[in-house]
Design a protein around this ligand. Structure first.
Ligand SMILES: Nc1ncnc2c1ncn2[C@@H]1O[C@H](COP(=O)(O)OP(=O)(O)OP(=O)(O)O)[C@@H](O)[C@H]1O
Length: 696
């Protein structure tokens, strides 16, 4: 059976019935002749009533048909009075404590105004630029829930990014906050940005996530009791109190969305930007999330969301709507004023048609592109305030500036709310909880190291002391290098992009500085790196019968550890800049030249002179040389020869000569590996910083 909308568009030019008791005319360009709302008709608020089949099947709009349906005003009142949708069968009941809201301090409203705002992006080398927003204007009054709507690709997220300050490159035009030019660092202190995808730590419980957020956002000066009270209040308010011990990864989509909001509410932002908070949620969860946001505006918060195509019921929850079409504004004003606006431009909304759907259809150009121009000129690309709920009450810039002055920026004060020391210690705590629970990163690393060591041990049993198996031992040392280098590098390449998405959100919302993140990430990984490398080294060293001298073992372990660090740092650089797919391709490809320059297949002496430089940058070369120094250097004595009648490399010196290594380069190799690790770590930090900058 065709939906009402499909029937509407399937009409073949003449008068067609849409099965709702409405007659429609030529559906392609004109609305003339249709049943339409007039300025005095209230918009339909509960689209479900007709979508669920409570429709009149007669083919003409009759007074009787409308009289039998619930009066629209009654539906509006019902929607407005019901704080939460009744819980349907099988649906989780959300316990919301409205009193908790009163414990959150109120805020002076922040009014956002933008004028002649354009945003241009670069399309890449030699491919020019593209303007996404075209001189749009607008005004988002304080204490309101505002929807940015529009067809896909209209520029909703881009506008949100520009207004929140998430994107600064290519933005031209002015953005005013309570009449004053936006000072981005000050504004970031007042606002938060909640991304469309829930970038949450999956292995932490709701309570742990909230405590980490509180410790990072409120700092040491707020007492533990105060933080507890605030967390409790917010969890009660958002209906998450009963789930505080649930792991985040086990939460439903709606709960995750609410947790994202809860975590940002901790420091009570005045302006909240949410990118598609309803995407992926069922209609009941959508309503709950939007109603919660609506409640939050009552304390002075301005909440701006992008939304695709809300149902009539969701649309009604918003105070104001800003509709974009291909980077231009086609409507700005109250949700209740949309129908009268459409009528004023002679594009009346068909009766029983969700006005939100209709304006999107117009914005898509479904009724002709000339209609988009009409709408754009009627709204003056966002400058027109006529359709605001109460245009007379919208304060002018000068009045706003006096009434609600935005706190000025204090020079040389960092953006984060807490000290570097506090950020590091909280991030280390979070890292510790994650490491304890993360079976992939922690347990598997240990298990894989044990398994590979056992496998190598079985294959190269006795190779370390036997004169006839020196070449086998040489192969083993190179295989160990490859294991240390590749496993850690690939693990980082695969896991860091996920961490990166969380970092981008939290860093933008001023939870911590990049330095603190980087420091904590480096430190938190040390114990597991040390442990897994140590276990590996002990097993393989003993099983392959390497020389039983402490000094040689520590030399062997030191080189192993440094190779792990180099591999990790290399993985970090790749993981910070590239996505998983490209990173997985690039990491092994970049390792191959390092292998070639290691002096393993082709001795260093035989490398062509024009390729010699390669051996100086290859960490595998220093690793191999260091291993050889540890195992065959330090004037090692004559090897046993039990497994063959003739042992060509019984004298280690002979072997060293053959592979053109002196065996006394250990300290040089150690220093070179330390230097490479340091440079790569520094490089990874710079790449990470550049990546974050490039996104913005
Ligand atoms: N960095 C970029 N380079 C090139 N084009 C871009 C870039 N960022 C955005 N765009 C383009 O700008 C337009 C608007 O993108 P935006 O993500 O703001 O749309 P949207 O309205 O939020 O869409 P959706 O609802 O589908 O998320 C799209 O055509 C998109 O392809």
């Amino acid at each position: 059976m065709l939906s009402a909308r499909e029937q509407f568009f399937n009409s073949d030019g003449g008068t067609a019935s849409i099965g709702l008791g409405i007659e429609v005319g030529d559906s392609s360009t004109s609305t003339a002749g249709r049943g339409v709302y007039n300025a005095t008709t209230e918009p339909m608020t509960n689209a479900r009533s007709w979508r669920n089949g409570q429709t009149n099947t007669s083919t003409t709009a009759t007074p009787a048909a409308t009289a039998t349906s619930t009066p629209i005003s009654a539906q509006v009142a019902a929607v407005k009075q019901t704080p939460l949708e009744p819980v349907e069968e099988g649906e989780e009941e959300v316990h919301v404590d409205m009193d908790a809201l009163s414990n959150l301090p109120s805020r002076d409203p922040v009014d956002i105004e933008f004028k002649e705002l354009s945003l241009t992006v670069k399309l890449g080398f030699n491919r020019g630029e593209k303007e996404i927003l075209h001189n749009v204007c607008g005004k988002f009054p304080g204490s309101q829930l505002i929807a940015i709507m529009g067809p896909s690709g209209a520029g909703k997220s881009t506008l949100l990014d520009a207004l929140s300050g998430f994107k600064t490159t290519g933005v031209v035009g002015s953005i005013l906050l309570n009449g004053r030019r936006r000072d981005l660092p000050s504004f970031r202190r007042l606002s938060c940005y909640i991304t469309q995808d829930d970038r949450l730590q999956p292995l932490l419980t709701v309570s742990e996530n909230m405590h980490i957020a509180a410790d990072l956002k409120l700092g040491e000066n707020v007492s533990y009791e105060e933080k507890e009270t605030r967390i409790e209040d917010i969890l009660l308010l958002l209906g998450l109190y009963d789930h505080d011990q649930t792991l985040t990864m086990r939460l439903s989509g709606g709960q995750k969305k609410r947790l994202s909001i809860a975590m940002e509410l901790i420091n009570n932002p005045t302006v909240m930007f949410l990118d598609e908070p309803t995407t992926g949620l069922d209609s009941s969860s959508c309503t709950k999330v939007l109603e919660l946001l609506k409640r939050l505006t009552s304390q002075g918060r301005t909440i701006i969301c992008t939304i695709h195509q809300p149902t009539a019921k969701l649309f009604q929850i918003f105070d104001q709507v800003y509709v974009l079409s291909a980077g231009n504004c086609v409507y700005q004003g109250g949700t209740q004023k949309l129908v009268p606006f459409l009528q004023s431009v002679e594009l009346p909304c068909p009766m029983y048609h969700n006005p939100a759907d209709y304006i999107i259809e117009l914005a898509c150009g479904e009724y002709g592109f000339d209609k988009i121009d009409t709408l754009k000129s009627a709204t003056e690309n966002g400058s027109c305030l006529t359709w605001f709920n109460n245009p007379g009450a919208v304060l002018r810039s000068e009045a706003l500036m006096r009434k609600y002055p935005i706190p000025k920026r204090t020079k040389n004060v960092s953006l984060e709310n807490t000290s570097f020391r506090n950020q590091c210690s909280v991030l280390l705590r979070r890292g510790y909880i994650k490491a304890r629970r993360d079976t992939t990163m922690t347990h598997m690393r240990i298990i894989v190291n044990i398994m590979v060591a056992v496998l190598y041990g079985a294959m190269y049993d006795h190779a370390g002391r036997e004169g006839s198996r020196v070449l086998d031992n040489y192969n083993l040392l190179f295989a160990i290098l490859m294991h240390h280098s590749m496993t850690t590098m690939m693990l980082t390449v695969l896991t860091f992009p996920i961490e990166m998405t969380i970092l981008i959100k939290e860093h933008f919302n001023r939870w911590y500085s990049l330095k603190a993140f980087y420091f904590a990430m480096t430190v938190i990984d040390l114990p597991i790196t040390l442990l897994s490398s140590f276990i590996f080294s002990v097993i393989i060293y003993l099983w392959s019968y390497q020389p039983m001298e402490w000094v040689r073992f520590w030399m062997f372990f030191a080189i192993s550890l440094l190779i792990v660090f180099v591999g990790q740092s290399f993985g970090l650089i790749i993981g910070a800049w590239f996505d998983v797919v490209n990173g997985t391709f690039l990491a092994p490809v970049l390792t191959i030249p390092m292998m070639m320059f290691a002096g393993f297949g082709v001795t260093l002496k035989d490398l062509p002179s024009y390729l010699k430089w390669g051996s100086h940058i290859s960490h595998l070369r220093y690793g191999l040389e260091g291993f050889i120094g540890a195992i065959y250097g330090l004037n090692r004595g004559v090897l046993e020869c039990n497994e063959a009648p003739y042992c060509h490399y019984r004298y280690p010196k002979k072997f060293l000569e053959e592979i053109t290594m002196s065996g006394d380069q250990f300290w040089k190799d150690l220093i070179a590996l330390c230097a490479i690790t340091f440079l790569l770590r520094l490089g990874a930090y710079i790449v990470l910083k550049a990546k974050i900058k490039s996104i913005r």
